[in-house]
Design a protein around this ligand. Sequence first.
Ligand SMILES: [Zn+2]
Length: 386
Amino acid sequence: MPERRSDERFLALVLILAALAWSTGCGVTTQSGQPAGESGVGLSGQTAAGASSSTVSPSSSQGAQTATPTPTSGDSSTSVLPAPGATTIPPVVSSPTAPSSTGSPTPGAAADNVVIVSIDGMRPDALAQATAPNLKALISSGCSTMEGKTTNPSLTLPSHTSMLTGVGPARHGMTENSWSSGEAVVSVKTVFEVAHSAGMSTGFVVSKDKLRFLDKPGTIDTVEVVSQNASMVADKAVSTIQQKRPRLLFVHFTELDSVGHSQGWMSAAQIESVTQVDRAVGVILGGLDTAGIRARTAVIVNADHGGQGTGHGSTDAQDMTIPWIAAGSGIRKGQKVSRSVTIYDTAATALFLLGTQPPDDWDGSPISEIVGQSAADMQLLSSLSN
Ligand SMILES: [Zn+2]
């Protein structure tokens, strides 16, 4: 019924304007935990957090900043529908006393926070074969494709640069797979740079030092290099979430790639590595829970490349095909992504979920079909009201 639809949109617009007016004066709490319609989708498959406390070292770029999500009211995507077997997600209440130095969430945005997870070298069929309850729960509770494509060359540094800059190697210029401290950093705009310019705090927890090529000064508030196992990376990610509350957090796990180079892609050892990383992803999801921000957080999981034998880097499908998964705040439940996905769509989609427009000249574009209808309506109305 078009007329009723119009009325609903008008009501939503009024709610947005009311929320905008309200949020300028005080903190806003949001309720979650009740079943939602098509838009509200919860993360599932969490494990007990079990994260040990760890010290966060000072940022390598600049003083750390924190942001406190203050979700706007009237957004139906704040509701959460737990997936089967998922632990009940408690209501999220933003703390009125927590620091809020980097701005409020964008009204109508699908999510207040986004975590991008990169599982280095994970082929879709490795994920399929592995015991990986957390990652598989993200698939069932979100949107995914097992036919994503990475860049040529299918190498860690060129591919991650595309993942986090929204452009291919021809644009960002990084075609080598090595970088050392002191060398020039990325020159094109990064997803952190765009988010930071929009007033958001950003975080970066990686297990390969060369990824600091993406640490352009003044764009990432918290940078951590954890050259250890997935469990240690997850603990550092959780402490970063707890202490810094980055609105955009990138987490990188190196295990599968290391084992692939030493024992082979699709070896039993590499499949076991998927399980280890899966546990670590569960720890991060638990950390989001403990921080009280999971219901308003979207998680994107992808890989930089696949592999075969003991290497990767070619244009062969086994090297080029990657999984791409998104789940959480505002994201549709249990759907396959129908459009083609390339690794540089990750950056554009993260910004889209946060309610920020990606640069027009990016090669990547937001995978907007993953956003629930109500959240998409809110984003449309929000843009109209600006
Ligand atoms: Zn890699």
